[in-house]
Write a protein of this length. Structure first.
Length: 385
């Protein structure tokens, strides 16, 4: 490392900064439908409302308030509040987790495609990083998978950390229970820490496909989550790391002193209300995703010469194929510039660690305005035939 962390442009976030709040139809949103403060507080008790109205706007504990940490712990099978550390969103948690637990000369493995920070941060620190492709085959024969033999082939004596994201952004892929358990057991046996980005966990199309949180089944794993994605409350900016390894949480807490220090008091209170009623919110969002998935499925079926769409196993984004002659990057550019329909081309997921499928684009199906956005995309297609 040359003394400072030199990070490349964050391609996805740069693309979002251009179009997220200017495009008329946001059809690649990564979050589920949000709520107003009034709607969220209506889920709570009169005491919650009074606590919010009378909240003292001072600092909160660096670890997070005890009610928040208890509510977060309640979303896991075997953890308590002592196993939870709050963060200002999942991004801050990833920023530190991908640095603190890797030493010079060690080796990191990250899944591809990914949220760029999980590869860019360790690469910037100077450690060796390998990409674990989450697919086999190409074109119409491509299938998403977590291949344990491929993973083992990437392991080195100096491998110390592996970072994965399930349900996966952008593919919506979730491994089966047996593979996920075997993956965590393999890593733990070899002394490899798993950093598990679980921000979409809870809105699987079939709840039976919800895999265990890594922190519940792996003593050294770090499970990272947030109120932004599955819960649809990104305005709160409340994230966390959950782990059985309280020593690792202590290291992360000391690093947090250099960034956010603590979270917003109103956000922590509102997040506590949300998580105490998490099942209600997740059921609501799963229903929205299911309805939108049907709409997008029917849209793709009306245009089989242009799209191959697959229902996500989990989460509210998926990565369909675009079959048009101009390719997905040009298709997405024209859709937003000419018709105001915002989609993400595969190019924002291009990795330094290897090629990704180049016939893909990301679509989001978590918001209530998806039907209107799909209709706008259909009108756009009529202008380019």
């Amino acid at each position: 490392m040359n003394g400072r962390l030199v990070l490349p442009e964050f391609k996805l976030e740069t693309y979002f900064s251009t179009w997220e709040f200017t495009a008329r139809h946001h059809l690649t949103a990564s979050d589920a439908e949000s709520m107003t403060v009034a709607e969220l507080l209506a889920l709570g008790t009169d005491e919650d409302l009074q606590a919010y109205e009378n909240l003292h706007l001072g600092y909160t504990p660096t670890w997070g308030t005890e009610p928040l940490r208890a509510a977060i712990a309640g979303s896991y099978e075997s953890l308590t509040s002592s196993n939870v550390l709050g963060f200002a969103g999942a991004g801050e948690a990833l920023f530190w987790a991908m640095q603190l637990f890797v030493e010079p000369g060690e080796h990191v493995i990250v899944n591809v495609p990914n949220y760029q920070s999980i590869e860019s941060i360790p690469l910037a620190t100077g450690v060796a990083v390998s990409g674990l492709p989450l697919w086999s085959g190409t074109g119409a024969d491509l299938r998403w998978e977590l291949d344990l033999e491929r993973f083992e082939s990437l392991l080195r004596a100096e491998t110390s950390l592996v970072s994965v994201n399930f349900p996966n952004n952008p593919t919506g892929f979730v491994p089966d229970h047996e593979t996920w358990s075997a993956f965590n057991a393999l890593c733990h046996e070899r002394g490899i820490r798993v950093v598990s980005d679980e921000v979409y966990r809870g809105v699987e199309t079939n709840p039976d496909d919800t895999i265990a949180a890594a922190a519940d089944i792996n003593p050294s794993a770090l499970s990272i989550s947030v109120t932004s994605k599955a819960y649809g409350l990104p305005g709160l900016r409340v994230g966390w790391v959950a782990s059985q390894d309280v020593g690792a949480l202590g290291r992360l807490e000391k690093a947090k002193h250099y960034t956010s220090i603590c979270n917003s008091a109103p956000s922590e209170l509102l997040a506590t209300v949300a998580l105490n009623h998490g099942d209600v919110i997740l059921d609501r969002n799963r229903a929205i995703v299911a309805a939108n998935d049907q709409i997008v499925t029917e849209f793709a079926q009306r245009h089989p010469d242009l799209f191959e769409y697959e229902t996500p196993v989990g989460g509210c984004v998926t990565f369909p194929r675009y079959l048009g002659p101009e390719g997905p990057a040009e298709f997405c550019r024209r859709a937003v510039e000419e018709s105001g329909v915002f989609l993400l081309p595969y190019t924002v997921y291009e990795s330094e660690l290897g090629a990704i499928p180049e016939d893909r684009f990301r679509i989001g199906i978590g918001r209530r305005d998806v039907p209107q956005s799909v209709a706008a995309l259909e009108r756009h297609l009529e202008t380019i035939v």
